[in-house]
Unconditional design. Structure first.
Length: 496
């Protein structure tokens, strides 16, 4: 009789009284892609942590090949053939591809003779098996994000993983790179590997998943075969209500030019002669492949890595931006892509994080007004639907998407006149995504200018008034909204 590769039965898990999972069941068959979807904080990552042994379940059973595994820990997962690939690859940047793969697969002490040729051969063979062309001698730190993911998958295959977990693997990939990852997934599936796939991009789920399980507030609400559920039904299952799927874009008559950047360069960051402008009431979208320099441009304008050439004017006046402090003083806000590094302080509360960038407005005579801080944080928790036990909860304990929302709240609270958003809805669920888009629309209607970097074409096309496309550190084209479409923006991003 056939048994599933993995069978999680009635799993429960609480954190300090908060029930993250309540009798959740989930199974996975050989050669299947089983997607796990749900709002931010629904419990997806917690379930994965229990399957990989990073967390212990309070109750429930895990069966692999029909056999109960009572004590799962990171060592036994390897023996059981379970491997997880996270959004941020966990590789050694200074080692080569071959060395990274070898380190994860070889056992034995340092006395072993290092077989360099063998390592290289093995790496090539594994990469070839998943259809990734990559020189095993390249330094991992020099690889793009999708290439690093390829190395992670090769590691998993080398370890004979039969259960591969991917937690938001495409969050920082562009459309073309997603296509490549899907080709790799197709190969794994053919080889009988079972894949647990977590993503907030529902279009992706519709094209890759065989089955879809929806979690809501720690409960399994449904499991469907791909063809049996529409996008609208999925959203309803996830958020428990109907949602408007269209972008809330309304035309705002553009006002005066807020920010103008002329021939801005930053040799070290690879930004070359960028010219752009943003007017009041305008959203300037920045499209481009991963590695095209979009984040570097944002960091240059914001003064994190100051420009070495070019000019910036704000409200028509020439300015110098040498540091983030300069930028903030000039009315620029920046929500970075990597929230763990720059976006939030993990061991501080939601309320403190939300007011960090705007202390003057919640303090009087140098003292922080805790009541004002709490009131404002509560407003953002409600409007952005941040799932936290209270505004005093530590940000580090929130789910990934909820941390992203706190990072956004922090900068919205500064009421900047120019706001730079780097992948503002990455890792954010559909409901909150619509909420963030609605907020952006409100802000520009009040006269703010927004620069939005995004790898999601529908978001770029749906929200931008103009779309600048970057290739290799510079802007190659700027499309007005009316003449932009998926084809010409993609073609420009690919350098055609
Ligand atoms: N270590 C922890 N301490 C306290 N609470 C936690 C901890 N880890 C998770 N939680 C809580 O458990 C709930 C589920 O979180 P989880 O990370 O599983 O959500 P998720 O579905 O992965 O969300 P996202 O889509 O935002 O990544 C959340 O309310 C979260 O705040
Ligand atoms: Mg998560």
């Amino acid at each position: 009789m056939a048994v599933p590769l993995l069978d999680a039965r009635h799993i429960s898990k609480s954190f300090a009284g908060l029930r993250a999972l309540d009798r959740v069941s989930f199974d996975l068959w050989p050669g299947e892609v089983h997607a796990l979807v749900g709002e931010n904080g629904a419990g997806k990552s917690t379930l994965i942590k229990i399957i990989t042994g990073a967390e212990r379940a309070d109750a429930g059973a895990l069966l692999v090949d029909g056999v109960a595994v009572p004590h799962i820990d990171p060592h036994t997962t390897r023996e059981l053939g379970i491997a997880a690939i996270y959004q941020q690859p966990a590789l050694f940047p200074d080692l080569t591809v071959a060395e990274n793969i070898a380190l994860s697969l070889e056992r034995g002490g340092s006395w072993r003779r290092i077989d360099r040729a063998g390592r290289r051969r093995r790496a090539s063979e594994l990469l070839q098996r998943i259809g990734v062309t990559l020189d095993p001698d390249r330094r991992v730190g020099d690889l793009t994000m999708p290439e690093q993911q390829g190395v992670e998958i090769a590691k998993a295959i080398g370890a004979d993983a039969r259960i591969v977990i991917m937690d938001e693997p495409t969050a920082s990939l562009s459309e073309r790179e997603v296509t490549r990852l899907f080709a790799v997934i197709a190969r794994l599936r053919q080889a009988g590997v079972g894949i647990i796939y977590i993503s907030h991009r529902l279009e992706e789920i519709a094209s890759i998943a065989d089955r879809i399980t929806v979690l809501r507030d720690g409960h399994t609400v449904a499991t469907h075969n791909r063809g049996d559920v529409t996008r609208a039904e999925l959203i309803r299952l996830m958020v428990g209500r109907e949602l408007d799927a269209v972008f809330p874009k309304r035309d705002v008559p553009p006002g005066a030019t807020l920010l103008e950047v002329t021939d801005l360069s930053n040799a070290r960051a690879g930004v070359r002669q960028v010219s752009l402008s943003v007017r009041r009431g305008e959203i300037l979208g920045i499209a481009g492949l991963v590695g095209s320099g979009r984040t570097q441009l944002a960091e240059t304008i914001f003064g994190l890595t100051p420009a070495d050439q070019g000019a910036i004017t704000i409200d028509g006046r020439p300015v110098r931006i040498q540091s983030p402090a300069d930028a903030i003083r000039l009315g620029i806000g920046y929500v970075p892509e990597d929230r763990r590094q720059h976006g939030v302080v993990l061991d501080m509360s939601v309320a403190v994080n939300a007011s960090l960038a705007s202390l003057p407005s919640v303090s009087s005579r140098g003292l922080i007004d805790r009541a004002a801080e709490t009131t404002r944080a509560t407003e953002y928790v409600e409007s952005l639907r941040i799932k936290t036990p209270s505004v005093d909860g530590e940000v580090g304990a929130l789910s990934g998407g909820n941390q992203q929302k706190v990072a956004l709240a922090r900068w919205l609270a500064t009421k900047p006149s120019i706001l730079i958003l780097d992948e503002p809805t990455q890792g954010v669920d559909v409901g909150s995504k619509a909420e963030i888009h609605r907020l952006m629309q409100q802000l520009v209607e009040r006269g703010m200018g927004i620069i939005m970097i995004s790898s999601e074409l529908p978001e770029i096309l749906g929200m931008s008034d103009r779309i600048a496309v970057m290739v290799a550190g510079t802007i190659v084209t700027i499309f007005p909204r009316a003449s932009a479409n998926a084809d010409n923006v993609m073609a420009a991003a690919l350098g055609n």
